[in-house]
Ligand binder design. Structure first.
Ligand SMILES: [Fe+2]
Length: 296
């Protein structure tokens, strides 16, 4: 069955990648081929967690690139609430503009982690910290280019995949073919749901370019972030050729049971559930992050 999608997949947006070696995250600036409009996908705020110190070297690289190329930032997109790095979206918004967007199920994540961190009633669980909450099949534009979102839950309940012309940003719904897939054991995650979401991505045309949010250079290879639907279908070690849903769920659940929590999950969730803002300062103007003891 050939599906139709509400974008022109003949368009080739310019995709500039920024790799953060501290968290293995790839952020992107995606430019409309017909204008100077762009979107930033999954930015990173730097943190030295041991020292409780944040900084913006990674975000400043994106700002410099945007200014150097005279780009107009329309969107600051989060594919999901990341548990392994902090978003720099508000810092970017202050400096280069753009609307912050995430999946509408951010409200589920806010509800779960609002409780984990014992946030007071002033912490809104309605997604109102974001400028746009995307639903499955929503469309938006970057300059003249139509884009659309697919809800691809499983890794987290709020995961969205964004398609812009012939470029698709999968977040953590897929890794490179030799990396397989991301864990599905966070609250609201589910291996069978992740498998179904991956099938939605793999239903895109074979020559669709896919851009990953993370790469860990498995087996010593260099870091890579771009593949295609055809490559993933043929070679993905977790869901490629011949792997059934039952195979995937069994493998994923066994693997996830052995994984440690991501190093930055505690600061990441507190910040990212607030669209990248730090928790409000106390009466002395000091800002703190909490560590819930035995709460995760
Ligand atoms: Fe993630």
């Amino acid at each position: 069955m050939t599906q139709t999608y509400p974008v022109d997949m003949a368009l080739t947006p310019e995709v500039k990648a920024f790799f953060d070696p501290a968290t293995w995250t790839i952020s992107y600036v995606v430019k409309d081929p017909a204008s100077n409009s762009c979107a930033v996908v999954d930015s990173v705020m730097d943190i030295d967690y041991a020292a409780g110190r944040i900084s913006y070297e990674s975000a400043d690289e994106i700002i410099a690139y945007v200014r150097e190329h005279d780009l107009k930032v329309e969107w600051l997109l989060e594919t999901h609430v990341h548990a392994d790095h902090l978003s720099a979206a508000p810092y970017l918004q202050d400096n280069i503009g753009g609307k912050i967007g995430i999946g509408e199920n951010i409200t589920i994540v806010q509800d779960v982690f609002g409780k984990v961190f014992n946030e007071g009633t002033e912490f809104q669980r309605d997604g109102s910290q974001f400028d746009r909450l995307f639903k499955d099949g929503d469309t938006y534009t970057i300059g003249t280019m139509n884009c659309f979102t697919m809800h691809t839950p499983g890794h987290t309940p709020a995961c969205m995949t964004h398609t812009m012309g012939n470029a698709t940003f999968t977040g953590d719904t897929l890794f490179m073919p030799d990396g397989g897939s991301a864990r599905a054991d966070f609250p609201g995650g589910d291996a069978a749901t992740l498998y179904d979401s991956i099938q939605k991505v793999l239903a895109l045309p074979d020559d669709m370019r896919l851009f990953m949010c993370h790469d860990y250079g498995p087996n010593g290879r260099d870091i890579e972030w771009e593949t295609s639907v055809g490559d993933e279908k043929a070679h993905n070690i977790h869901v490629g050729a011949g792997k059934t849903k039952a195979d995937f769920v069994k493998f994923r659940e066994e693997r996830d049971a052995q994984l440690d929590m991501p190093r930055l999950i505690i600061p990441s969730l507190q910040v990212n559930m607030r669209a990248g803002e730090l928790p409000p300062a106390d009466q002395d103007g000091k800002t703190f992050l909490k560590v819930p003891v035995n709460g995760l």
